[in-house]
Structure formats: C-alpha cells, structure tokens
Design a protein around this ligand. Structure first.
Ligand code: SAM
Length: 330
C-alpha cells in the first residue's frame, strides 16, 4: 500500500483523539446514540436502519462505520489550519442564494449550516441515516444561531410534511408545483456577507434522520441537491439498484433547471472500504456500475441535461479528500 493510500485509509478511519478538534458544539451524543430529541430529528418508521447504525461495531478496538457515518469526519476533512471546509471555496452563490436545498448525508451539518450562513439559502434540509449525527447537527445549528434551545421558532418551510419516510405516504406530483412550500416564506435577503445567525438561521434549516432511499419526497420541490461523499456508501450498502434509485430520486425532486452537486468517491476508495460490513462486502462483488459510469447514467438514463466538472480537486483539502466535484443540471 502506497503512502497516499495509507493516508486515505486513515482519513476514513478517524480515531477518538481526532474528535478533540472542530466541534462547534460539544454534544453529549455520539453517532451511536440511539435516541434523537423531539425537534424532528427522528422520522417515524425508520425501520432497521437505526438498529444498524446504532450497532456501529467495534473491530480490533476500532469502531466500524458501515454507512460512512463517522462521528469525527470533519476533523479529518478539514485541515487543522482551516476554519471552513475547503469545499466551500468551490460552491457558488447562484446555486444557493434564496434556493431550496437538500443535503443528502449531511453528517454533523457543518457544510449544511455554513452554506445557509454564507449564501442565505432560503430553506435547507439535511438528512442523515445516523440519528446521533443528526442530533449533533441540531446542536451545531443552535450553537451557530446563538439562540437558546428552548426558543425554537417554527421552520418556515414545511419540511416535516415534505420529507418523510415510508412507502405508502407517496405524494401526488400535481401537489408539487413550484413554490408549494416556498410561497409561505416571507424571508428577507440582503447583500451583506455577514453569516446568518439567530432565529433567521434556525428558521431556514431543518435536520432529519432518515435513509434517503426510504424518504418520500415530493417531485419538483428543490433547486439544489448536495450529495457529497455519500454515493459510495449507498452504492456499497444497497448495490447498483440502490444507486440508481438514489439518482432517480434526486432527479425527481429537483425542479427544472435545478442542480445536483455531486462529489463521488473514486473506485479505489470502494476497494479499500468494502470490507466494512458483510453487506458491503457481498454487494461489492456484484457491483457492475463504476464511478466513471455516473456521468453517462445521469445524462443518458436519468435525464439530466448537462454535466460540468466544477473542480478537478478541492484546493487545500487534506490528503485523500481532494476529489472532483460535478454539477448536473436538470
Ligand atoms: C462520508 S460522510 C459525508 C458527509 C458530508 N456529506 C460531507 O461530505 O461532508 C457520509 C454520510 O452519509 C450518510 N449516509 C450514508 N448512507 C446514507 C443514507 N442511505 N441516507 C442518508 N444518509 C446516509 C452517513 O451517515 C454519513 O454521515
């Protein structure tokens, strides 16, 4: 194994010592925590996923994160000298300002919250399969807002109705006209560069604990979907079928002209991580689709109109994390 590979391997296996850094808010919960509070973090019928996530196994003293649900992820991703995630430098205002955004696999919500603060996103929903991470994301949101937790404003966007898990709650497409929820928003935007704080920040963000594949989402409801370093985990856990289901879902929930910002992991990273669980190991052997097939699939089969490589590598990223980021437009 070369030095880079070994670093990347370590980068995907953060240890407890690393958690000393970069916690905006020192949550009492770790990612294996079972319960999430009543702020909407836990969706109903979350099926077996919680049991699976909560059973992050320990192997040779190391905790195993079968969904990439690392609880110290940002300690690794963000170089010690930096405050912000380097991927923030490749994000453009036009994809976020006054937009309705969905962050798939939001982890502790650092990027999710930073985008809302920087670009005054109109509404943001971060979803993650791990309830402990969602709990941390809520804590981080309150910390950034400066609002005491007891003072919870109503979310301006009706995400609670729009993001739900379960098969029989499917919503009709005709109910999903543009601005169905957005019409209710009465938020001011300004040109100031000062990051959003206070209730205005709280009102724009919601975090949900759910498996994206089980989420029932309205069609044509979003301007921007973020899918950063998540695809490999869905691909390994749910196979080619799960991957295609994810792509179809993303396409469906985007409005016409909406964008998918995709940061796929390279195949080499699958090779290293597929032994993380029996499910991943078994699925890995059957995978036919490779990351280099994604543009063809998304454009020719799923229906995206265009694909642009936003960046070949993310400047200032820690080793192993400088991956290409793509922009797909519906
Ligand atoms: C490697 S982390 C990337 C976090 C974040 N997107 C970023 O790039 O900073 C992958 C995240 O995806 C989440 N995840 C994996 N499978 C998921 C699924 N099916 N539904 C929702 N979240 C998922 C994991 O819990 C984890 O937080």
């Amino acid at each position: 194994m070369g030095p880079l590979e070994s670093e990347m391997m370590d980068a995907e296996n953060p240890t407890e010592q690393d958690s000393k850094k970069r916690h905006r808010c020192d949550s009492q919960h770790d990612s294996s925590a079972g319960e999430v509070d009543a702020k909407g973090g836990q969706l109903q019928n979350s099926s077996n996923q919680d049991a699976l996530v909560n059973n992050n196994r320990k192997k040779k003293g190391k905790t195993i994160f079968p969904y990439g649900n690392y609880n110290t992820y940002y300690n690794y991703r963000v170089a010690r000298t930096l405050d912000a995630d380097p991927r923030m430098t490749v994000m453009q205002k036009i994809w976020f300002e006054d937009k309705d955004v969905f962050d798939i696999g939001c982890n502790e919500g650092h990027v999710t919250i930073s985008l809302v603060q920087k670009y005054r996103v109109r509404s943001m929903c971060g979803v993650d399969i791990d309830p402990g991470l969602i709990n941390k994301a809520w804590n981080n949101l309150y910390y950034e807002s400066g609002v005491p937790e007891k003072d919870t404003p109503q979310s301006l966007y009706e995400w609670i109705d729009y993001v739900r898990e379960g098969g029989d709650a499917a919503l009709e497409d005709e109910d999903c006209t543009h601005g169905a929820a957005g019409d209710q928003l009465q938020v001011s935007t300004s040109d100031t560069d000062i990051g959003l704080q206070g209730k205005e920040l709280l009102q724009r963000v919601i975090f949900k604990n759910a498996n994206i594949l089980h989420c029932d989402l309205r069609s044509n409801m979003l301007d921007t979907v973020l899918c950063l370093s998540v695809v490999k985990w869905i691909h390994l856990n749910w196979g080619d079928e799960g991957l295609l289901e994810l792509f179809i879902k993303i396409y469906r929930i985007l409005r016409k002209g909406g964008v998918l910002i995709l940061e796929p992991q390279p195949w080499s990273s699958y090779v290293r991580k597929h032994r993380v669980s029996e499910v991943c190991r078994s699925n890995y052997k059957k995978l036919v689709i490779r990351p280099e097939h994604f543009p063809g699939i998304l454009l020719e089969q799923i229906g995206f109109k265009s694909c642009e490589q936003i960046t070949l590598e993310v400047p200032e990223s820690t080793k192993g994390f400088s991956r290409p980021v793509y922009l797909y437009t519906k």
